[in-house]
Design a protein around this ligand. Structure first.
Ligand SMILES: Nc1nc2c(ncn2[C@@H]2O[C@H](COP(=O)(O)OP(=O)(O)O)[C@@H](O)[C@H]2O)c(=O)[nH]1
Ligand SMILES: [Mg+2]
Length: 320
């Protein structure tokens, strides 16, 4: 699972927010001169700290690419230049450290002096220098904002035992996902494609621990020959191949799906080649209207026939 990233601000927004915060700082003192001096110091400190803490929160909260599952790393790789992402995060870290140094060095003069004019001049100098550093990383912030938008849209797919459902359109993939899932499958946008992905779960209590198997249906990705896919779809399939421990390939031998058995067999061979590290279980759906004499498991989403057996086979595969 990938943590949602909080809103990232542009340079101008970071500065505006920090100035606004600083302006609110007013220090009281019976001595008018002290009051002014302390207020200038407090406002300058507030401004500098606000800028640094905003920047630090970005480097701290952005998910570390190396800690993500291979699946997410590959998805990120499709659309986001990961090297650029690392560089941008580095630039933001640099900016925060530089701002801290500027404040540390200049605030020393601020605290020493008693002349209001000098204080104001120093304050403006600090504001100016920090603003200039923040403006220098505008491009990096914009890049992070784009990356954030992409990452936040990722489907909720985790690194647990995973079954991917495949087969031509209308063979019964979505129906099977519903038949097998404990609760209603959730759908989310599949990154960078116009497709949606549906995720469901099989759960089993074992020694008081709830063990979960993730079931994924990726309409449009594993339901037609690879030659019809665009580059992004091919990469999305490659990312999926890291995730799928087990693939259920659905045949509809009644051909009510609108695809010939011959073509369905060809698609299975393509899936076997693409997912050469996953186990593949071919099953035959719509057993309520057509049953072959093959050895494949036969199921029907309509009558529920074979669903429990399939579930058992899945659980056995994962040693649950
Ligand atoms: N008779 C029968 N129809 C089914 C069965 N499973 C699915 N269908 C029907 O087949 C059509 C396509 O099913 P769907 O799950 O949407 O297929 P998908 O495109 O592979 O996700 C729908 O009209 C379903 O009601 C089944 O076991 N028996
Ligand atoms: Mg479907």
């Amino acid at each position: 699972m990938i943590e949602k990233i909080k809103n990232i601000l542009s340079s101008q927004e970071i500065l505006d927010r920090s100035f606004k915060k600083a302006k609110k700082k007013q220090i009281n003192d019976r001595n008018a001169l002290y009051k002014k001096k302390k207020t200038i110091i407090a406002q300058t400190e507030s401004f500098s700290m606000s800028v640094c803490s905003i920047l630090d929160s970005y480097t701290k909260n952005f998910p570390s690419i190396n800690n993500l599952s291979v699946f997410y790393q590959e998805l990120i790789d499709i659309k986001i230049d990961v090297n650029k992402l690392r560089k941008s995060l580095g630039a933001i870290n640099w900016a925060s450290n530089t701002c801290k140094k500027i404040y540390a060095k200049q605030s020393y003069f601020l605290k020493k002096s008693g002349k209001i004019e000098f204080l104001k001049q120093k304050q403006n100098e600090i504001y100016g220098r920090i603003s200039s550093v923040v403006n220098q990383i505008e491009k990096d912030l914009i890049f992070l904002i784009q990356a954030q938008k992409i990452i936040n849209k990722f489907p909720d797919i985790v690194d647990i035992p995973t079954v991917v459902i495949s087969g031509f359109p209308n063979v019964g993939k979505s129906s099977l996902l519903k038949s097998l899932s404990k609760s209603k499958p959730k759908t989310a946008q599949y990154p960078f494609t116009t497709k949606e992905v549906s995720v469901g779960h099989i759960e089993k209590k074992q020694n008081f621990i709830n063990k979960r198997i993730q079931l994924i249906d990726t309409p449009g990705l594993l339901d037609s020959p690879i030659s019809e896919k665009n580059e992004i779809e091919k990469q999305a399939i490659a990312a999926l191949s890291h995730l799928a421990d087990l693939i259920i390939y659905i045949f509809d031998l009644s051909e009510t799906c609108g695809y010939l058995i011959e073509d369905q067999k060809k698609l299975l061979i393509m899936i076997e080649n693409l997912f050469d590290e996953s186990k593949i279980i071919p099953i035959e759906n719509k057993a309520d209207i057509f049953k072959s004499k093959s050895k494949h498991l036969k199921i029907s989403n309509k009558t529920g026939e074979g669903i429990e057996n399939l579930k058992k086979e899945i659980l056995e595969f994962f040693n649950f």
